[in-house]
Design a protein around this ligand. Structure first.
Ligand code: C5P
Length: 220
C-alpha cells in the first residue's frame, strides 16, 4: 500500500510521516532529502546554476541511497550536510528543473516498488504515485507553521523572529506552488488535513485511523 503525504514546508510533515510509517510498520521515504542531496552535489560543484542541462547531467550522475534515517550521496553519509541554509536556498535550481524531477521520481518509484510505504514530499500524490491508495495533503496556517519553525530553531540554539521565518516561508511556498512541473498542490483525490491546534500525536492517531480505513476499503 502506498500512502502519500504532501504539503507545504513547516506543516510538520516530516516528523508526522516518519512516526506514521513507524506506527504502520511501513517504509518511509523523505523525497525532500533527495532534492537536498542533488542540490548539495551542485553546491559542491558550484552549479552550473545558469545551465539546466548541466544541472540535470550532474543529478543524473548522482547515486542516492536512502534508508529510514540516512541519506547517502555517492556512498557518503550526507544526512546532516543536506540541511544547511546554503542547500535550502539553492534547491529551487534543481526542484524547478523538469529533467531532475523526472530522474528523482524514477528513483522514488524504484524505492517504493513492492513495499508498503509512506512517501512524503510535494508531488507524491499528483506525480510520483497518482494511483496511491491513500493520499493526504497536510497543511497548517502560515502563522502556525512559522511559530513551530521558530521553536524548532530555538531548540537548536538559533535565534530568528517569527516575521523573518514567515517571509522565507512565503517565498518558498510561492516557488513550490508555481513551478511548471511537480508543483505543490493537492491531488484531486487527496484528503485535506489541517493540523492547526493539534499535537503531532493527535495528527498521527487520526492519520493511522484514515489509512486503516482506506486499507480495509482497498482490500475489501
Ligand atoms: O521537504 P523539504 O523542506 O526538505 O524539501 C526541500 C525542498 O525540496 C522543498 O522546498 C521543495 O522545493 C523541494 N521538493 C520538491 N518535491 C518534493 C520534495 C521536495 O520539489 N517531492
Amino acid at each position: 500500500m502506498i500512502v502519500t503525504l504532501d504539503g507545504p514546508a513547516g506543516a510538520g510533515k516530516s516528523t508526522i510521516a516518519r512516526t506514521l510509517a513507524d506506527r504502520l510498520g511501513f517504509a518511509f521515504l523523505d523525497t525532500g532529502a533527495m532534492y537536498r542531496a542533488v542540490t548539495l552535489a551542485a553546491v559542491r560543484n558550484q552549479g552550473p546554476w545558469d545551465d539546466p542541462t548541466g544541472l540535470a547531467e550532474l543529478a543524473q550522475g548522482c547515486q542516492i541511497e536512502m534508508d529510514e534515517s540516512v541519506v547517502r550521496l555517492n556512498g557518503e553519509d550526507v544526512s546532516k550536510l543536506i540541511r544547511t541554509s546554503e542547500v535550502t536556498s539553492n534547491i529551487h535550481y534543481l526542484a524547478d528543473n523538469p529533467a531532475v524531477r523526472e530522474r528523482l521520481v524514477e528513483l522514488q518509484r524504484a524505492f517504493a516498488a513492492g513495499k508498503d510505504i509512506v512517501s512524503e514530499g510535494r508531488d507524491q500524490g499528483t506525480v510520483a504515485f497518482p494511483h496511491a491508495e491513500c493520499k493526504i495533503f497536510l497543511t497548517a496556517s502560515p502563522e502556525e507553521r512559522a511559530k513551530r519553525r521558530v521553536l524548532e530553531l530555538q531548540a537548536r540554539g538559533e535565534q530568528i523572529s517569527v516575521e523573518e521565518v514567515l517571509e522565507q516561508q512565503n517565498e518558498r511556498d510561492h516557488r513550490d506552488s508555481s513551478r511548471d512541473v511537480g508543483r505543490l498542490e493537492p491531488a484531486f483525490d487527496a484528503i485535506d488535513f489541517c493540523t492547526d491546534g493539534m499535537s503531532p500525536e493527535e495528527v498521527v492517531e487520526r492519520l493511522v485511523a484514515i489509512v486503516s480505513e482506506r486499507s480495509l476499503r482497498a482490500n475489501g
